[in-house]
Each structure stands twice: as C-alpha cells, then as structure tokens.
Design a protein around this ligand. Structure first.
Ligand code: UDP
Length: 262
C-alpha cells in the first residue's frame, strides 16, 4: 500500500506535518459538571466530568488529595466491526495513562478524600482516540471549573513509509511503522504522556517530538477558543434571562447553528 505519494502527500491529501480537521465544543451536557464534544478527523468523542465530590467507595479515598479517575470507553458501534462492550486491556491502559496525565495538572491537594470522575466515550473511532479523548477530557475538566496548573493537549506523531508524519489516520496507523502519542502541558512544555509503538532513529525521534509539540500548541489554541466560546455563551445567557428561559443555556438543540467553535 502506498501511504505517501510522489508529491509527498498522504492518502487523505495531507502534508506530513498536517493535522486532521478538529472541532471542539465545551459545555455540551447539562447533567455533568463539565463536558466537551470533540471531532478529530473521523474520531467523535464525548467527555464528561463530575466532581470534585466525595470519593466512593470510601476505601478509595486519599486523605491527602483528590483522586482523578478516568474511564475511557469505546462504544460498540464506534468501529466497523462491532466492538465487544465493556472494559478490556486496551481501555484500562488508556484510562490509566489519561488519569496520570490529568493528575499532573489538577490541583488535587485542594480536595482531600474527593474524586474527580472523568468519562471519555469514543462514539466513532478512526485512530488516535487516546489523544482525542485526553484533549477532550482536559477541556471538560476546565469547563467543570476544576483548578488546574495548565491545560493538557495530546497529539500523535508517527512514521509512515519511512517518513515522520503527524496525527496518523487509520490506514497509517495500521500499515505505518511507528505510532507516537504524546501529551504536553502547553504552558510549561512538560510531557505528561509519551508512548511509542514501533521504532525511530534518534533523529526521527527528535523530529517526531518537535512535530507533535508544535501541533499540540495549535490544538491548545482550539481548546482555549472552545472554552472562551462557552463562557461567552454563558455570560450572554445570564445577561438575557428572559431569552435564556425560553431557550435554556446548555440546550444544544440548536448547536448546529454554530458548529465551528474551533
Ligand atoms: N480499534 C478498533 N477496535 C478496537 C480497538 C481499536 O477498531 O477494539 C481501532 C480504532 O479505530 C482505533 C485504532 O484501532 O482508533 C487504533 O487503536 P490504538 O490502540 O492504536 O489507539 P488510538 O490510536 O485510537 O489511540
């Protein structure tokens, strides 16, 4: 399979350093304390956050800090072959690495004995769901008003046909040589997730790291824009209470009117 053509373009027409299209919307669920809907290429992700709230079961409580509990789940209908419902090794691994990444930024010591529950639901999957899920979860945490040292932004680089590329598509993930998801705290440059499936030379590793970090800064701007749009909509609804009663804030029946948050 030819993954990169003679013009240096990938199967979906992207240049090696180009991201898939991304759309981020914050505050899309009424019941959750914070939420985010994110589309990233063919991935569709919903993230919901509850808390900080008393941690149950009690034996899970940490008397010194809040626990950040992430549950990553792929819907049975998210892939073309029906995904067997329920947790598996892969979803447990992604839940764990996502929890650890968010724990680096959430000010957990402010909430001893509490839990912050983060749910990542993959509604449709097309490779790179851990990055899409974690990026959405960080926006949902900020939307819930959880005190954080900074945002978390995840992007994958990889190697396809011997060339370092950004944000692999499904074919590239399946037939490429290397997948390299990372997550950073854009404000500080800290790396809070780094995984590698496949091989890189030292030069390729440097290139992949730089490419993914640069792209994460672009995604970070979209995360901020989504939160800003959310606060603006909320402020507008508060300024116009009569209108807000007729069409309550958070009523997303009319979301399609302004889908391009990012
Ligand atoms: N996938 C699938 N069925 C599964 C798990 C994964 O079809 O049970 C697909 C899905 O499109 C996913 C891709 O394989 O996005 C790559 O999975 P990987 O474990 O590399 O994680 P991701 O790239 O999504 O973070």
């Amino acid at each position: 399979m030819v993954l990169i053509n003679d013009q240096g373009l990938r199967m979906d027409g992207r240049r090696p350093d180009q991201l898939r299209n991304i759309k981020i919307e914050a505050g899309v669920l009424k019941q959750a304390d914070g939420s985010c809907y994110l589309e990233w290429g063919g991935n569709k992700v919903m993230a919901a956050v509850y808390g900080p709230r008393e941690c149950h079961p009690r034996h899970d409580q940490d008397p010194t800090k809040a626990r950040v509990r992430v549950r990553y789940n792929m819907a049975a209908f998210s892939v073309s072959d029906r995904k067997r419902p329920g947790p598996d090794r892969r979803s447990q691994e992604i839940s764990k690495i996502s929890s650890e990444a968010l724990e680096h930024v959430v000010l957990t010591s402010l909430y001893p004995k509490n839990a912050i529950d983060v749910f990542i639901e993959i509604i449709e999957a097309e490779a790179g769901t851990r990055c899409a899920g974690l990026t959405a979860a960080a926006v949902a945490c900020a939307d819930a008003g959880i005190p954080m040292r900074g945002m978390v932004t995840a992007v994958a680089a990889g190697k396809v046909d011997g060339k370092v590329c950004l944000d692999l598509s499904r074919e590239e993930d399946n037939y490429g040589e290397t997948d390299f998801p990372i997550a950073i705290v854009p404000k500080t440059g800290e790396i809070v997730l780094l995984q590698q499936d496949g091989h890189f030379s030292p030069d390729e590793l440097d290139q992949a790291l730089e490419m993914a970090t640069d792209a994460a800064m672009r995604v970070y701007e979209m995360q901020k824009a989504a939160l800003l749009a959310r606060y603006q909509a909320q402020a507008q609804a508060e300024d116009e209470p009569a209108e807000a009663e007729a069409a309550p804030a958070g009523d997303h029946d009319h979301d399609h009117e302004d889908p391009e948050v990012a």
